[in-house]
Design a binder for this molecule. Structure first.
Ligand code: NI
Length: 139
């Protein structure tokens, strides 16, 4: 059984860093600093832990790309078909004449999902790729 009782601890940081942190707390709509710190810690733990273990994760891969790039659409399709077991959904948005945004919802073993994300984001023509997953089990 996890101990979920609240414990207090002191944190020291430079005044300018604290000012920036307080701005972040406000912008993100946290009730207070504690809530923001808890969120940051959870996030850091997820990032630190999920890729080391053979656990099931779920999340999204967001890709921005130029669809005029030669072979890119074929490559994107081929990779996703090769790993269809790990892909729950793919949604494509045409942003303007040449830019596309693709949202891929993924689920599977952390290692496999990481591989899938790497294969997609390194493709020539993919200008930006953002990969966000969390373990399916409670952290
Ligand atoms: Ni498009």
């Amino acid at each position: 059984m996890e101990d979920s009782s609240l414990k207090r601890f002191g944190v020291s940081m430079e005044a300018h860093l604290l000012r920036k942190f307080d701005r972040l707390v406000m912008q993100k709509g946290y009730v207070n600093r504690s809530e923001a710190v808890r969120d940051l810690v959870r996030d850091a733990l997820v990032q630190q832990s999920w890729d080391k273990e053979d656990q099931t994760v779920a999340g999204s891969i967001v890709l921005f790309y130029n669809h005029h790039q030669r072979n890119l659409l074929d490559e994107l399709t081929k990779i996703q078909h090769d790993m269809h077991d790990n892909i729950l959904a793919t949604t494509h948005f045409h942003l303007d004449h040449s830019s596309c945004l693709e949202l891929i919802i993924v689920k599977g073993k952390a290692k496999e999902i990481r591989l899938l994300s790497n294969k997609l984001t390194i493709l020539k023509g993919v200008e930006y790729g953002k990969f966000t997953v969390a373990p399916v089990e409670h952290v």
